[in-house]
Design a protein around this ligand. Sequence first.
Ligand SMILES: [Cu+2]
Length: 67
Amino acid sequence: MEKIEIKVKGMSCGHCKMAVEKALMAVEGVESASVDLEKGKADITYDPSKASVESMKKAVVDAGYQA
Ligand SMILES: [Cu+2]
């Protein structure tokens, strides 16, 4: 497992935080995702053999935010 921090823009409330976490958790290989709303970042633990940084960023973008 590896850890990464991705910057996420466009979040404004707790619902946004939940939406981004849910989108990240839906990516295959992502074990956990914790979004910090105030700092605008997501701490992700993932399996690099299954999940790529690009696929995680795409999930955030598809959810309606900027990664
Ligand atoms: Cu919101």
